[in-house]
Design a protein around this ligand. Sequence first.
Ligand SMILES: [Zn+2]
Length: 83
Amino acid sequence: MNESIAAFLGRAIAAQYAMPPRIPRRVPVQPVLVCPHCKTVTHGYRFEMREGHGIEAHHCACCHRDVVPIWSAVSHPADWSTV
Ligand SMILES: [Zn+2]
C-alpha cells in the first residue's frame, strides 16, 4: 500500500475515461393515433362529402367507441388477443 490516494484516484479516473460510454440501444418509435382513455390504437374512418370536405372519425376498439384520438408513442394493440 505504497500508492498515494492521489495516484490511485488519477489512475481510476483515467481508466474511467478510457472506457467507451455505455449508450443503450433504442429503437425509434413512431407515434400513432390512440384512444386518450386506454391508449388503444384507434381505427380511423374518412368520409368524403359531396362538397369535397372530409370528415375523419376514430373508433376505439376497446370500449370507448368514438373518440378524439391523440398522438402517442405508447400504445396497446387494437386486438388484445394477440398479446
Ligand atoms: Zn379506449
